[in-house]
Design a protein around this ligand. Structure first.
Ligand SMILES: Cc1cc2nc3c(=O)[nH]c(=O)nc-3n(C[C@H](O)[C@H](O)[C@H](O)COP(=O)(O)OP(=O)(O)OC[C@H]3O[C@@H](n4cnc5c(N)ncnc54)[C@H](O)[C@@H]3O)c2cc1C
Length: 376
């Protein structure tokens, strides 16, 4: 039966759900976005593993200009001195149609907004009040408009404000005492890495990830650093004290504009207490970025909702069971990576590197660690 749906937030999760609803259903829906426009900031890269590409292919991901995509074949591990440790073959998770892909986030958002923008997206919408009316939910916005809907899909990110309207139990995101700094590089410069692959450089209390974001091989560099306080004015100083102290030669890659932000994660995975309200993407659970699965899980959660709706089986418990199972798999690995990437003790680093070399060659390990995430 045709339903009326509200999606709160036009990030990757909200837009993905909207695309599936538009393409495959006749449900009536609207995305309500708090900002006045979509953030299409150039540069900022994103990795999409095969689990999310497989889903995006159903909404014609292939129509994106191929020049704006890259398919790295391996994940190369280095120490922070830029000496190679080992590599992991990512292409073994690929098939003809579904390949590990890197791109700019803006390329993904441009693609996701294309069929939605004019009819199904409203900007500058902040929820003022919600109430239940018979079997429906009435959302009142602070511009005095409202919408009466059958279901609400909260896709408003890790600090989900929608939660505060529907949930008594708080699940406030926690600062991980770490900072991410991002730089876009025109080329790999003097680094001893391949600009065809993803490079991961492991240092003490810090690590760097570099990957191409298009066929021009511009590189996205993300540097994660442990730090008790977030002060964006001090990011350069932190890089100098923590990263460049370990390898001064890296200075050249931090000469471009640096953007930084604090890393948060959601402590608990909690069900929705309202059977008409569903959380997707980071609003369901915010992961650490050390498995590069945040966007992937946003896409997966949107797809799970779409499938349940399509089959007329959209029930809180069913969705929560499905989603929390997936989230736990990803959370466990993201947290473990965060821990293992940052050893400062040189003996621990040696032991980790030994295991890395050993395990990246073991089919059984890769199968156990990554297959459940990439769903192969
Ligand atoms: C350093 C770093 C690197 C990352 N790298 C990767 C990667 O390589 N691969 C990957 O898969 N993931 C990565 N991620 C994670 C990924 O970016 C996020 O998980 C993903 O963007 C979450 O999407 P979302 O749609 O749930 O939320 P968001 O992208 O946060 O979107 C939420 C939307 O809701 C809107 N909104 C907020 N509040 C309200 C409100 N009250 N009312 C209406 N609208 C509202 C916001 O304006 C926004 O448009 C990374 C994250 C970090 C921090």
């Amino acid at each position: 039966m045709k339903k009326k749906l509200a999606i709160i937030g036009a990030g990757i999760a909200g837009l993905t759900l909207a695309n599936f609803l538009k393409k495959f259903t006749d449900h009536e829906f609207m995305i309500y976005e708090r900002e006045e426009s979509l953030s299409l900031e150039e540069g900022y890269g994103i990795q999409l593993a095969t689990n999310s590409i497989k889903i995006l292919n159903e909404i014609d991901f292939k129509k994106i200009n191929n020049e704006k995509l890259f398919n790295p074949k391996t994940l190369d591990f280095y120490n922070i001195q830029n000496e190679k440790i080992c590599d992991l073959d990512l292409s073994k998770f690929n098939n003809e149609e579904t390949k590990y892909t890197t791109l700019q986030r803006s390329t993904l958002i441009e693609f996701l907004k294309e069929d939605i923008y004019t009819q199904h997206l409203r900007f500058g919408k902040k929820i003022k009040e919600v109430s239940e009316l018979k079997d429906k939910i009435l959302i009142k916005f602070d511009d005095n408009t409202n919408d009466l809907v059958d279901f609400v899909f909260a896709a408003d990110g890790i600090f989900s404000n929608t939660r505060s309207f529907f949930e008594k139990k708080k699940n406030e995101p926690i600062f991980k005492k770490a900072i991410a700094a991002r730089v876009i590089l025109k080329s790999k410069s003097e680094l001893n890495i391949s600009d065809e692959n993803i490079s991961l450089m492991l240092g003490s209390k810090s690590h760097l990830v570099l990957y191409p974001i298009n066929k021009k091989k511009e590189l996205n560099l993300v540097c994660i650093m442990r730090c008790k306080k977030f002060d964006p004015d001090n990011t350069k100083q932190l890089i100098t004290n923590l990263v460049l102290k370990q390898n001064p030669k890296l200075k050249i890659i931090f000469d471009n504009e640096i953007k930084s932000w604090p890393l948060y994660f959601t402590p608990k995975i909690l069900p929705s207490s309202n059977k008409k309200v569903f959380y997707i993407g980071d609003a369901f659970n915010g992961f650490l970025p050390t498995l590069a699965q945040g966007a992937g899980q946003s896409i997966e959660s949107a797809y799970e909702i779409f499938n349940l709706l399509k089959e007329n089986k959209l029930v809180s418990d069913t969705y929560f069971e499905l989603r929390s199972k997936r989230a736990k798999i990803v959370r466990k690995r993201s947290n473990f990576n965060f821990f293992a990437f940052h050893f400062s003790n040189s003996l621990m680093q040696k032991i980790r590197n030994f295991f890395l070399k050993f395990l990246t060659r073991r089919k059984s390990f890769i199968k156990a660690y990554l297959n459940p995430v990439y769903k192969n």
